[in-house]
Write a new protein. Sequence first.
Lengths: 323, 328
Amino acid sequence: MNLNVQALGAQALNILNKQKAVVAIAIIFIVMIFPDTNFYTAGNFSNLLEAVSTNAIIAFGVTLAVICKGCDLSVGSVMVMAGIIAIMLLNSGMNMALAIILAILSGSVVGFINGFLIVHQKSEAFIITLGMGMLVQGIALLLSNARHVSASDPNFQRIANDNWFGIPNIAAFMIVFGVLVFLLLRFTSFGRNLYALGGDYEVAEHSGINVLRTKWLAFVLTGTFAAVAGVLAASRFNTGIPIAGVDIPLMVNCGVVIGGTSFAGGVGGVPQSFIGIFVIFLLRNAMSMIGIHPNVQMLVLGIMIVAIISLDCFAIKRKKEAV
Amino acid sequence: MTKQLTQERSKFVDFLLEYLVLFVIVGLVIVTAIVEPAFLSQRNFTNLMRQFGALSFVALGMTFIIMGGFIDLSVPGMISIIAMVTLSLVDIIGEIPAMMIGLLLGTMLGTLNGSLLVNVGANTQAKALFITFGMSQIYRALALILTGGFSMNWGTLFAHPMPVTRALGSGMWGPLSISFWLFIFFLVVLYIFQSKTFLGRAITYTGGNLTAAELGGIPTKRIVIFIYALGGFMVAVGSIVLFSRVSVTVPAIGDFFERDAIMAVVIGGTSLLGGKGSVIRTFMGVALVILMSNCMNLLGVQTHVQEVVRGIILVLAIWLDHRRHARG
């Protein structure tokens, strides 16, 4: 029993050591005590949580892609397209559940095509998903005629905006999906295989893992999660905005890496990704609260992205040199 | 006999695939000319030439970066900050010196990108992609902070008459526009550089196999910094041509240029895997990208359908590229 506690403590220290983002979060929280702002209010935290939620759901999907040494830059466009499809199907008089399921399936289809091109045809993940992102963005613009679309059914708005025992629904969804992916990675053979083939593709292939199917499925899931986030975001604002997804893919992929899921593949997980996304949004929120100009915020975020990815590269380089 | 036949055919197919872009251009020109005769008019030709403008210069620089096995997403931020700095300096130090400073700034920012990548050990395209994206955010933010987010209009804002800018933007010399002459100049110089100099060959080797090039005694780190510096210089040229043409410059002026430049380079047939490519191919790629939008406009294709078509063509081009080079 005692040993168990000690082991847990050691594990926690180890995680903290790897998780520099946690330190960043702690620093932000401490710094925010001093200026007189609305940072420490329930309203702000629930706002923050809602803003994080959709991005975190995308990040859970992207985590799967990054673990198997890929990445997905089409998620922003997929998210936007799914939201628009859901709202347009709903407005055409379709049953809400069916409309949402079809919208989410559209994301799976994009993920399936991504998977085909990356896994089966061996294209480079980041560039082909960049291209797919453009393609899907075009579809979103075409469908919506480049206008904002709003759902006429008031019930659609309630999916994300209702509360569930005091927790905003959208945050509850995030928790559910987070737990789902966490369990998937930890307790299924799919999850184990994913880590294995991210660590070393050849070795995984030779040890009899069906690498094609596993990696392919990872990309399908990434697309699906992006679509789920898209439906929730559309429901949150009751609007599908065709150009809302431009900044998201690189931001989310960077967030995942900030959390500690490395591009080297084979490491990372759901909690890390959540922390990575959370630190980006917390920083934004804190900067807005102090009243920093948006242009300067952009500068700070840019510097943070460059610094964190550079550190990741540097760590990989060091590890290689050490071997 | 049969074997020979199949070999002949595969050679033909190879040739077709290798110069696919040329056939597509010819096909596109013929179809559009038949459906819409206005396509062949002098006015449309002038129009097409002007559209070559900024994109072609950026794409020429991007060719070397991609040939070296890397990628540069910092183009939008760089275009924006170079245009803003150059225009702000015009009234202080005059037109030509301001442009020189712009070119210098582009080269410096490119060098900064390159040295950052080399020093942190970002030796793959994916890592370079994210770091240069972050750099783009930084440059764009700096441009916004410097100008306060206002747009600039050289046509009315400045006390100086700006003959060089005007000439670059709309001047003609003989049958071609001045910016197109400039493009031809850079195309020839860079082609000679790429095929006849040691440095040009070394870039190709570096892109083909980084480790082998390093073991073979090529200073790969300096090569990477050099290709980014060259890319930065070409972005600066593109930026100056761009603000000359549009006259009103907003901080978001460079948006999507990285995307279109990468698309032009890849469609031209320069491999994203590095080590294979040519500026001549990029010329064809740019021509196809510009012709495509021109033809679709003339044929009355809806804007958003054009976007989808462009996306499909980009995905197809990348896919074909990987099929051709990954297995060959």
